[in-house]
Design a protein around this ligand. Structure first.
Ligand SMILES: [Zn+2]
Length: 96
């Protein structure tokens, strides 16, 4: 009878350890997916003046033409990632 209790205890302990391992693995995988999808940062490309293509495949129109979009918007309204505006090199050259 005592050996049965010991056996059950070992099986339960093994399940807890294995469950913990799975939990950590899933957490790391979610973190990896979030980084890949840009949840910790959303790159915005300015396609036309004041029209941005967001890193999460949306389009954003900056109606406030008196200030740059990042002056009043820090986080992407679609994916909540931090906004990074990527300056288009060809457009910058054209403007000068
Ligand atoms: Zn976004």
């Amino acid at each position: 009878m005592e050996s049965l209790i010991g056996y059950v205890a070992v099986v339960l302990l093994a399940l807890v350890v294995f469950g913990g391992f799975i939990f950590v693995a899933v957490a790391l995988w979610q973190l990896f997916i979030n980084i890949r999808q840009g949840s910790f940062g959303c790159k915005w490309h300015e396609q036309e003046p004041e029209i941005f293509k967001t890193g999460c495949e949306r389009r954003f129109y900056n109606a406030d033409d008196s200030s740059h979009v990042t002056d009043w918007l820090t986080y992407c309204p679609y994916c909540s990632g931090r906004v990074h505006v990527v300056i288009n090199q060809s457009q910058q050259a054209k403007g000068e």
